[in-house]
Design a protein around this ligand. Structure first.
Ligand code: SF4
Ligand code: SF4
Length: 455
C-alpha cells in the first residue's frame, strides 16, 4: 500500500536474526485490485535518458518530503515512555535486546528508518534526560540524530562489529557508571553447521579436497565444505562469482587443471549462465561443476526452472543443463553421481586435463528432498567393531553420524587390535545415518555394512 501511495519501491529489510526466528504469523487477506489492469505509456517516467532523469530527480525529492511527513505519524515509529532518565532510540532486533536488558527505560522504536521522523525524534529527546542509540554495525541512525543537533551516546559504547545481544547492550549502557557490570562467562562447546548425513555434496567435495585444486565456490549449503575435514572450497564471494573467478584464475595461471568453479543448480540459473558463456567466448580452460541437487535446498526446498515445477507446484518445462551447455558452446559436458566417489574423481580429473571449458553436472537429490517426498530412502549403515582397523578413512568425510572411540575408553567391549598402531574404532550412529554408502566406499577393511532389519 505504501509503495502504491508514494509511487516508490519499499524495502522490508530483514536481518539475519529476524530471518532465523520463528513465530506465529496472523495472515490478513491480501488487498486485491478490483479495477482492470491496463498498460500505461509514460516515457517521461519510464525512459531514464539524462533529460528525463533530471526531471525525475525533482519528483524524487518531492516524494522524500512526503515520506518524511508520513514517517512522523507511521504507527510503527512509536514512543514507549517509562523511566525518562534514559531514552533509547533503536530499530529491529536491537530493540528486543535493549528491552531484555532494560525493560523500564523509555524507548523510541523505529519501524521505518529511512527517512527518519525528525519531529518525533526531537519530541522524544525533549522528554528524556539522556539518549542512547542502539543499532548494530554502522551508526546509521546515530549520525542522523547527531546531525539534528541532538546529543546521543552510541558507538563510543557499542561495537561497530558483530551481532548484539542483551549482554552487549547492558555493558554499553552501564559502562558509563563507575561500578560497571560483570557478565557470567559462558564456555559452551562450538557447534559449527555441517552438511547433512546423506548430502550429495559430501562426495563431490571430498573428491575436490583430495585433488588439491583451487575451488572457487558460491553461496549454498555446499559452502560449508570449506571446513575440515573436507576442505573442498577455497572462496565464496557472492552469488555467481564462482564461474567468473574460475575463468579469471585460469587466465592468470595459464596452466590447465588447477581451478574448478562450483555452484548450485538454482544459483547457476540465477547468475551462472552469462559467465559460462563468457568462458566459452574467451577460451577458458577451467572446469565448472553444477551441484545439481534438484532443489533450492539452503533456503527451504523451493522449486527452480530446472525442477519441472513452478513455485506454486504446477508442472512446467524443465531446463536441461546439458542441452543449455551445448547451446552455449561447451563441448565437454558430463553428468556424474556424487555418491560414486571413484567415478566422480575420474570424471573431474578427465575434465581438468581437457582443452577448453568443461561442465560437470554433479546430480543427486538433496537428502532432505528424499525425506520430504518419502521416496528413495536408503538403509542405514553400521560399523562392525571387530573388523574396523581404526584407519580413520571414513572420518575424512565429516559425516555427523560417524564418531571416533578410543580403545582405552571401551575396554569392556574387549575389541582386539587389528594393527599395532590402532588406537580406536569408528562408529556410526545408525539413527542418523542416511545409508548413502560414501563411508562404505572408503573402508578398505569392509567394516561398514547395512543395519539388519531386526536391529
Ligand atoms: S552412509 Fe556413511 S557417509 Fe552416508 S550418511 Fe551414513 S554415515 Fe554418513
Ligand atoms: S574406514 Fe573402515 S576401517 Fe577405517 S576407521 Fe572407518 S570403519 Fe574403521
Amino acid at each position: 500500500r505504501m509503495s502504491e501511495e508514494f509511487d516508490t519501491p519499499v524495502f522490508l529489510r530483514t536481518t539475519t536474526r529476524v530471518s532465523h526466528s520463528k513465530s506465529i504469523v496472523e495472515l490478513e487477506e491480501p488487498e486485491r485490485k478490483t479495477e482492470k489492469r491496463n498498460i500505461r505509456h509514460d516515457p517521461s517516467k519510464y525512459v531514464m535518458v539524462p533529460a528525463k532523469a533530471r526531471e525525475r530527480r525533482i519528483e524524487v525529492e518531492k516524494r522524500m518530503d512526503r515520506l518524511r511527513a508520513f514517517a512522523e505519524t507511521f504507527a510503527e515509529n512509536r514512543m514507549e515512555m517509562q523511566d525518562t532518565r534514559v531514552g533509547i532510540i533503536t530499530a529491529g532486533m536491537p530493540y528486543n535486546y535493549a528491552k531484555d536488558a532494560f525493560p523500564d527505560y523509555s524507548y523510541l522504536k523505529l519501524g521505518m528508518v529511512h527517512p527518519l521522523p525528525s519531529d518525533l525524534i526531537r519530541e522524544f529527546a525533549s522528554k528524556v534526560d539522556k539518549i542512547y542509540v542502539v543499532e548494530e554495525l554502522d551508526s546509521f541512525i546515530e549520525e542522523q540524530v547527531r546531525a539534528m543537533g541532538i546529543e546521543v551516546i552510541g558507538k563510543e559504547v557499542f561495537p561497530y562489529t558483530g551481532e548484539f545481544d542483551p549482554g552487549i547492550v547492558e555493558i554499553g549502557v552501564t559502562s558509563n557508571v563507575a561500578e560497571g557490570v560483570t557478565l557470567p562467562e559462558l564456555s559452551l562447546p562450538q557447534r559449527p553447521p555441517n552438511l547433512c548425513p546423506g548430502c550429495p555434496h559430501r562426495g563431490l567435495f571430498y573428491v575436490l579436497g583430495k585433488l588439491k585444486v583451487f575451488v572457487t565456490g558460491d553461496i549454498g549449503c555446499y559452502t560449508l565444505s570449506f571446513m575440515k575435514p573436507l576442505e573442498g572450497l577455497d572462496s565464496c564471494v557472492c552469488m555467481g562469482a564462482s564461474v567468473g573467478m574460475a575463468h579469471g584464475m585460469d587466465k592468470v595461471l595459464e596452466e590447465k587443471g588447477r581451478v574448478v568453479g562450483v555452484l548450485g543448480d538454482s544459483t547457476f540459473i540465477h547468475s551462472g549462465i552469462t559467465p559460462l558463456l563468457n568462458m566459452v567466448y574467451n577460451k577458458s580452460n577451467a572446469v565448472v561443476v553444477i551441484c545439481d541437487n534438484r532443489t533450492t535446498a539452503m533456503t527451504g526446498m523451493q522449486e527452480h526452472p530446472a525442477t519441472g515445477f513452478t513455485l506454486q507446484g504446477a508442472a512446467t518445462k524443465a531446463l536441461d543443463f546439458v542441452v543449455l551447455a551445448k547451446a552455449l558452446g561447451i563441448d565437454n559436458v558430463q553428468v556424474v553421481d556424487p555418491f560414486d566417489i571413484k567415478n566422480t574423481r575420474r570424471v573431474i580429473k578427465e575434465e581438468l586435463s581437457r582443452e577448453g571449458p568443461s561442465l560437470v553436472i554433479s546430480r543427486a537429490p538433496c537428502a532432505l528432498l528424499a525425506i520430504k517426498k518419502k521416496a528413495g530412502l536408503r538403509v542405514p549403515l553400521r560399523i562392525d567393531p571387530d573388523k574396523c582397523t581404526g584407519c580413520k578413512a571414513c572420518l575424512g568425510l565429516g559425516c555427523p553420524p560417524i564418531s571416533w572411540q578410543r580403545l582405552e575408553d571401551m575396554e569392556e567391549m574387549k575389541i582386539e587390535k587389528k594393527t599395532k598402531k590402532q588406537e580406536g574404532i569408528a562408529m556410526i550412529d545408525s539413527a542418523l545415518c542416511d545409508g548413502c554408502t560414501l563411508c562404505q566406499q572408503l573402508c578398505s577393511a569392509g567394516a561398514i555394512e547395512e543395519v539388519a532389519e531386526d536391529e
